[in-house]
Design a protein around this ligand. Structure first.
Ligand code: C2E
Ligand code: MG
Ligand code: MG
Length: 708
């Protein structure tokens, strides 16, 4: 057995230093047998010098390193005479520990290896301290859950993973309801114990790859992966609430809390990890607002909309400041006299990038925001400026302005109008009319009535816009004294084809007459609609069929050049009684019946029942003819003339249907010509009858009544 005496050791002082240094020292000979160990060596390894000397360092092998590791070490010693690094060794008691080791090969004068000197430090304590530090910075000390920093790191990884394997990732934020009260009432120590208990429960929900973290206070986050579908997300959310809501038993006392949970789902919500957390937080607040003890799912689409709205608000406020808003004007004419009786100011946004925007693209987004009030005031002032300018140019035309509900319902609306009018002393207030939506007026009829009366005091008039869409009742019309009703364009559009719309328009006109209001039809697109409206008693019309909204600069020239449609003049001096309206309607019922046969010829299914098709008493025209019509006009020749033609119509109609069914298209078409001729005769006779009833002699050719 080799002895330390065989080795030529350092002088006396060096020996003392070696023995007492804190680093472990071990010297092996050229054959790698241990020849010397110091005290620190024994302290770290547990081996006494007697036990170690004569052995090889293989004694300490931990099994943590492979052969390649040791080969690398020997290569370095051979080639560079030195190796250093961290290595795991085994103590005598079997413990494995990390050490920082440095080995030097000592050569003699001839270059032969004389010995190896190994110096090492046990770094286990150091690592432990480091680990502890790690834990402190990454974990919450109270609950031992990951903290916000650790969560953020894990969330990044999980989002990446979820993106690449296309899995749902639920990010949840939980906040205890009423925790602050509990803390205040029973003290922080108890509060802490409750938090620990809740943390334990939340851990039960999570699988090893999920994350449950404490964000601070009574706020926890859960990131759950691999939930297969929405139902499962909701089930887990429900379970979390149950767990969080179960009473905590501490020192024999029960404490009950509930929790509010906000959830967002990646990739439906495809935001970055930090934003996901923010969205879950937003959803959690909504759960709180919704009454607590519940979960709320973040709605990515809704959020997007809210964001778009915010951007639009900013942009529009900028547009208002930069003079990007303009008013276009759409004329209103009196069908009977051919006069232009006013213009409606309609807002446009001359957007620098998007071009001219219609109000439907931006107003709905600001109608619940004060910006609509500011915009509305701008519109009123702009209109007053225009009235002044036109007045100076000799055009004395009323201008109507649309007023938003929010603007109208403000307490200071009347004051604001007064200021506006005061700022434009040359604009006669009587030229200004305010159009208010029927639905807005309905919201607070008392307030609106007060506003109307106060504005009347200043000379400003009112119209109820989009009338017929707001479910106004009769009593309401009494409460809202606006002088004008504007029939909504949706009813006017189909007035010639849809008898329900016709009935509605008729009803509104009747109502307006009964309440002595002026009635205006919006959205008149064809001269025929104009004729019908006038015959029904609505003389004032507005619509593309007359003119589209135009820039202020074009208005004067347009008015100078305006020619009313010649058809309107034909009925200009005819006035109808309400009880004659069914006579007008009958005409459209007949047209519709014929049209259905034509559609059937074109391949559509037949929209007529067999009685309606074959029996001249059973169609809508027949109902009128043998009912109301006969009672009222039965004595008139013009009326009795209609019957044989109508009977012929009901003979030929079913024949056409039969021929078409049998595939005899050529013959069917010939019959259709016949039918159209009969239809023209009916319209002509009806026209005669109408003129007779209206006290006029039959005049022009009404067979060209537009539809075919
Ligand atoms: P409104 O007050 O009922 O105005 C009539 C709308 O119908 C206008 O649309 C007009 O261009 C359109 N129109 C007119 N004739 C026809 C027609 O024959 N066929 C069809 N299809 N449409 C026709 P616009 O200018 O897009 O305005 C839409 C709505 O925006 C207005 O409906 C009004 O409620 C609102 N609005 C417009 N300007 C303002 C404003 O300055 N302030 C407020 N608060 N609302 C405004
Ligand atoms: Mg309007
Ligand atoms: Mg309208």
């Amino acid at each position: 057995m080799p002895h330390s005496s065989q080795f030529s050791i350092a002088p006396h002082l060096a020996g003392i230093a070696l023995e007492h240094t804190g680093d472990g020292i071990m010297i092996t000979d050229a054959d790698n047998r241990i020849v010397y160990v110091n005290r620190a060596f024994s302290e770290v390894t547990g081996y006494t010098p007697e036990e170690a000397i004569g052995e090889t360092p293989a004694l300490f092998k931990s099994g943590h390193h492979d052969a390649a590791f040791y080969q690398g070490m020997w290569r370095a010693l051979r080639e560079a005479g030195q190796w250093q690094g961290e290595i795991w060794d085994r103590r005598k008691n079997g413990d494995i520990y990390p050490e920082r080791l440095s080995i030097t090969a000592v050569r003699d004068g001839d270059g032969h290896i004389e010995c190896y000197v190994a110096v090492f430090t046990d770094i286990q304590a150091l690592l432990r301290a480091e680990e502890k530090l790690q834990r402190l910075t990454r974990f919450d000390a109270l609950t031992e859950l990951p903290n916000r920093a650790q969560l953020s790191e894990r969330l990044h990884q999980l989002v990446e993973a979820s993106r690449s394997n296309n899995q749902l990732l639920a990010v949840m934020l939980l906040d205890l309801d009423g925790f602050k009260n509990l803390n205040d009432r029973y003290g922080h120590a108890l509060g802490d114990r409750v938090l620990v208990a809740i943390a334990q429960r939340l851990k039960q929900v999570a699988r090893s790859s999920d994350v449950v973290a404490r964000l601070g206070g009574d706020e926890f986050a859960l990131v759950l992966r691999g939930l297969p579908h929405m139902d499962e997300v909701e089930r887990v959310a429900g379970r979390i609430l149950v767990l969080a809501g179960a009473p905590c038993e501490i020192d024999g006392q029960r404490y009950e809390l509930t929790a509010s949970l906000g959830i967002t789902l990646f990739p439906f919500d495809s935001a970055d990890p930090d934003t996901l957390l923010r969205h879950a937080d937003q959803a959690m607040y909504q759960a709180k607002e919704g009454g607590r003890n519940r979960y709320h799912l973040f709605d990515a689409e809704q959020d997007q909309q809210a964001q778009t709205r915010r951007q639009l608000l900013d942009r529009l406020a900028g547009g208002l400041a930069n003079d990007e808003l303009v008013l276009h004007y759409q004329p209103k004419v009196n069908l009977r006299t051919g006069q232009v009786v006013g213009v409606e100011a309609l807002l446009r946004w001359q957007h620098p990038e998007l071009g001219l925007l219609l109000p439907g693209t931006f107003l709905p987004h600001i109608e619940h925001h004060d910006l609509i009030v500011e915009t509305g005031e701008w519109v009123v002032r702009q209109a007053l400026a225009q009235i002044t300018a036109w007045d100076r140019a000799g055009l004395t035309i009323p201008v109507s302005v649309n007023v938003a509900a929010r603007q109208l319902l403000r307490k200071d609306f009347v004051d604001c109008m007064r200021h506006c009018l005061g700022d434009f002393p040359d604009a006669p207030p009587g030229r200004l009319e305010l159009e208010i939506l029927e639905s807005a007026a309905l919201e607070n009829t008392r307030h609106v009535r007060g506003v109307i009366e106060a504005c009347w005091g200043m000379g400003v008039g009112f119209a109820l816009d989009d009338f017929g869409t707001g479910y106004a009742s009769l009593s309401y019309l009494r409460d809202i004294p606006a002088e004008t009703l504007k029939i909504d364009q949706s009813f006017v559009r189909d007035v010639l084809e849809d008898s329900d719309d016709l009935t509605l328009v008729e009803g509104i006109i009747g109502l307006a007459t009964a309440f002595r209001r002026t009635v205006v039809a919006e959205g008149v697109e064809t001269p025929e609609q104009g004729v019908l409206l006038m015959r029904l008693g609505c003389d004032i019309a507005q619509g593309y069929g007359i003119a589209r909204p135009m820039p202020a600069a074009d208005v004067v020239a347009w008015i100078a050049a305006y020619q009313p449609d010649p058809q309107w003049a034909l009925w200009a001096d005819t006035h109808w009684e309400m009880s004659d309206f069914p006579l007008l309607v009958a005409q459209y019922d007949h047209i519709k019946w014929v049209r259905r046969i034509l559609l059937y010829m074109d391949g559509a299914t037949l929209q007529l029942g067999s009685a309606e098709l074959c029996d001249h008493h059973q169609c809508r025209f027949g109902h009128w003819y043998y009912g109301h019509g006969r009672r009222r006009y039965g004595r008139l020749q013009e009326f009795t003339d209609l019957e044989p033609i109508h009977i012929a119509v009901h003979q030929i109609g079913p024949e056409i249907v039969e021929l078409r069914k049998a595939g005899k298209l050529e013959q069917a078409r010939e019959q259709v010509h016949e039918l159209l001729a009969l239809k023209d005769q009916i319209l002509e006779k009806l026209s005669n009858l109408q003129h007779c009833v209206a006290g006029k002699s039959a005049e022009p050719d009404f067979t060209q009544f537009g539809l075919f």
